[in-house]
Design a protein around this ligand. Structure first.
Ligand code: ADQ
Length: 474
């Protein structure tokens, strides 16, 4: 078995603090890395005055990690700049928030080159290299330029934008072309793969042969490989005391009312303002639901040093204050808006105590919260998932109540429908979604990607890929 080298912006094996919620990526990569005796390489999250390329090696929970520190200018231009103020908004269809600056692009190229330089001495000829996400799109081509002929793959956790949007990025051709140095590119859904193909076939006149994009010497396999949950681990929280306590606290505090829950990173892609507005419309249009439901929105701040994020936080505080001011009574608060993170077990309990899971991003590569909500439900009396049609998860979870997050009326109707849904229908929908999520869990995801990465590089040698469920009920 070849050794795996995983590369991502940050390396997060350990749970940091008791409120940590260790993500699926860490679990999936840790399992694959342990099995192959591999290494996880990335930025430590720490600054250093001058970049030295010195690598800090550790072993966390049986996984070897190798991290580097970056200069403040790198962090500013590469991470806060190009990754989070250019690519993140653009790839989430927010051209209005996309900041274009040559310094950002320069920092991005510099840090990707630094990653390649420092990683180079760790690479052995048979290693499989798996690069993650939008921070490191050109890393593969830097490694190729350094002479590495290893199999190198890339997984994009966020959407790939349509060609017309991508073309607003100066250097879009070079960036996309650099990605054809990967042997495999993984996407969360067919929609993002199609957008990539549309761009490459028009801009480069690349040919498509089955799952392969072919351009000159380049043969890149484009794989749809939706990320999943560590179902066994997350579902195991059903036995935890923290989960039971959180569920009980929620249910007791609801005093017989139906709880609607939203759990998100505080980010404009998650459609939180629209969600609050939809809930307000629900209360306006359904006076019978007043005092009968409450919305709990959990959204701890992320990327607090980017101004746009501070602005969303202020807007949400103002919106929830206004809605509560308008509708609250002496013993009912319509919205509880909580700015802190919760542990995996506590989240499990919160999901389980909620009658409706509200997951309404304006765009999302996948959205694991949707899957977590389903897994946490009691199969005998499950809650209902209300899911945005623009989350990657919607391609797999068609049995959710699918809504358009740009229409507050559609969302309000969806919530009302979820609240009124009879038990038999809830059970049927839940069962179907649980099966999909269990079949395509995070281990399926990493195995599928790694099999493709370890596989042949020529189209006619490609093995057939196990089909990915695409559900269709609205
Ligand atoms: P995110 O946008 O961060 O990541 P999301 O899938 O919504 O992705 O959540 C990731 C994890 O964070 C989940 O396990 C969730 O429990 C946790 N989380 C979210 N909000 C939380 C909160 N308030 N408190 C505690 N934990 C919280 C990107 C892409 C997604 C994609 C993932 C994985 O944007 O589309 O699903 O990567 O590929």
């Amino acid at each position: 078995m070849s050794r795996l080298i995983a590369v991502s912006n940050r390396v997060q094996i350990e749970s940091e603090g008791e409120n940590a919620n260790r993500g699926g990526l860490a679990v999936a990569l840790a399992a694959a890395l342990r099995q192959s005796n591999g290494i996880w390489f990335g930025w430590s999250g720490e600054p250093t005055e001058t970049f030295t390329g010195q690598i800090a090696f550790r072993r966390d929970d049986g996984v070897a990690t190798a991290t580097i520190d970056l200069e403040p200018q790198d962090i500013d231009e590469y991470y806060n700049g190009f990754a989070n103020r250019t690519l993140w908004p653009l790839f989430h269809y927010r051209l209005d928030l996309t900041e274009i600056a040559r310094d950002f692009a320069g920092g991005y190229a510099r840090v990707n080159a630094r990653f390649a330089e420092t990683l180079a001495p760790l690479i052995a000829p048979d290693d499989l290299i798996w690069v993650h996400d939008y921070h490191l799109m050109p890393l593969g081509s830097h490694l190729r330029a350094g002479g590495f002929a290893n199999r190198i793959g890339f997984f994009l956790h966020i959407p790939w934008p349509p060609p017309s949007l991508l073309m607003s990025l100066p250097g879009h051709r070079e960036l996309t072309l650099s990605m054809l140095d990967y042997d495999v590119i993984g996407f969360q859904s067919e929609e993002w793969r199609q957008a990539f193909t549309d761009y490459a076939t028009v801009q480069f006149e690349a040919a498509i042969e089955g799952e392969y994009l072919c351009l000159g010497e380049h043969r890149t396999r484009l794989l749809v490989c939706p990320i999943g949950l560590d179902v066994a681990d997350f579902g195991g929280a059903v036995h935890s005391i923290a989960a039971k306590q959180a569920e009980t606290r929620l249910v007791v505090s609801a005093v017989g009312r139906d709880m609607i829950v939203g759990v998100d990173r505080l980010d404009y892609s998650k459609g939180l303002q629209e969600r609050f507005a939809a809930y307000e419309l629900l209360l306006t249009g359904h006076p019978d639901l007043r005092e009968k439901v409450s919305l709990l929105q959990i959204a701890p701040p992320s990327r607090g040093d980017v101004a746009t994020y501070r602005q969303i936080r202020e807007e949400l505080s103002a919106l929830s204050g206004r809605i509560n001011g308008e509708f609250a009574s002496i013993d009912w608060v319509p919205i509880r808006y909580v700015n802190q993170g919760y542990s995996r077990d506590e989240l499990f309990g919160i999901y389980r105590g909620a009658r409706v899971g509200l997951v309404t991003p304006l765009r999302d590569g996948m959205n694991l919260v949707a899957k977590e909500y389903v897994v946490a439900q009691d199969p005998a009396n499950p809650g209902v998932l209300v899911l945005s049609c623009f989350a990657g998860a919607a391609a797999q979870l068609g049995e959710a109540v699918i809504v358009n997050p740009h229409s507050i009326e559609d969302m309000a109707d969806g919530i009302a429908r979820a609240l009124a849904m009879p038990l038999a229908e809830r059970q049927e929908r839940h069962q179907a979604m649980l099966e999909t999520i269990t079949r395509h869990d995070v281990h399926w995801w990493s195995q599928t990607f790694l099999e493709a990465l370890g596989g042949p590089s020529l189209p006619d040698e490609a093995p057939p890929l196990a089909g990915v469920a695409v559900a269709g009920k609205g």
